[in-house]
Write a protein that binds this ligand. Sequence first.
Ligand code: PEP
Ligand code: MN
Length: 449
Amino acid sequence: MTTPSLDSLFTPGLVAAQQPQWPGGPDGAPIRAAVDTLKKLPPLVFAGECDNLKARIAEAAEGKAFWLQGGDCAETFVGATADSIRNRIKTILQMAAVLQYFASLPVIKVGRMAGQFAKPRSNDNETRGDVTLPAYRGDAVNDLEFTLESRTPNPERLVQVYNTSSATLNLVRAFTQGGFADLRQVHEWNKGFAKDPRFSARYEEMATELGRALDFMASAGVDPHAFKTVDFYSSHEALILEYEKALTRIDSRTGLAYDVSGHFVWIGERTRQMDGAHMDFASKIQNPIGIKLGPKTTPEDALAMIAKLNPANEPGRLTFITRMGAGLIREKLPALVKAVTDSGAKVLWVCDPMHGNTFESPTGYKTREFADVTDEVRGFFEVHKALGTHPGGIHIELTGDDVTECLGGGEQISHEDLASRYETACDPRLNHTQSLELAFLVAEMLRDR
Ligand code: PEP
Ligand code: MN
């Protein structure tokens, strides 16, 4: 079989928004060298795993599963430590256990992880005092430190994205397949972890009940393998097209192109222009893909995206991740869901309650109110209930650490508290307690949907 050339797969000459200004230009020697290196490296994920995820998304779109996607806004190279990765995985596993236990629905676990290193920015530059430098675009592009050297884009970083993603994924696979994710470990995941005794107590109670149910089943001779390992998928925003294209490969089983940098990739609100290079890229790969939809999205936009990205209406192929803001979700979402449902298109609807609710605290930090986050999710559930459609999942910026980046929640983090542990490289994340608290609230909504 002759392998189709990947170079002719993507339409040339399209505008790619939000790309770095690489030294030497877009076709200069530095970026070409990085791309050549990446092209020779093995895939980070197997195309068959992407297909498995697609099949699970198809089930979720039918109302038979719930999607839980979470992780950093921006992963960093220094943040890819064993502790940090383990805490994020534990947080997602705990949230999934809560959702699954109370709503009796399978939960698809997806990390914003092992590839989420590039950020779109509203401004190309950042000014501090009388110094203006290129904005931080994620560790894939430059460094957060405010010096000219650090902020100058460096394409060698793309190779480091690959290496760090590879190491992260290796640990994720070890944790989720090697016994750590065994449902009998639900107690262990919480030990020395949950700060707030109220959520801890609630979690412990659930873990005890779950343990009893597992004992009961084991006593009846039922001890399935499914309780011992979990499928955990990787995802990131497909932003830096040089990187994503270099990791797009022809699958030997099917002869089709897959982006093997992650299982699921999404196109962000700022790069989803219909005639742009990101949408062309997404239309040419076989992975399950997501598109972020902000409050200005019209029903016609949504239908045009479906026509471009999933003309054959393949189940599980397309996920719409809405990020309207708590104040707009009830007003803006119904028309989109109605138009898509009436068209017969199969999509998974996921709520990102983070990106429409960001503001600057008087203390100078970019933050979010926990109450706004939960209110947007509540609005998402209300809209789907009214239309008889499935509120398919949530997309959360979170970390397993006790950071103070989002306001409120059970710990009542105040504007003054933000300074104590504000560690994100980009947007504010829910901490471990806030994430667990959100899971309990969403579990109730899911049960009562
Ligand atoms: C993000 O997910 O970090 C992001 C930039 O989102 P959006 O494209 O929705 O603004
Ligand atoms: Mn973000």
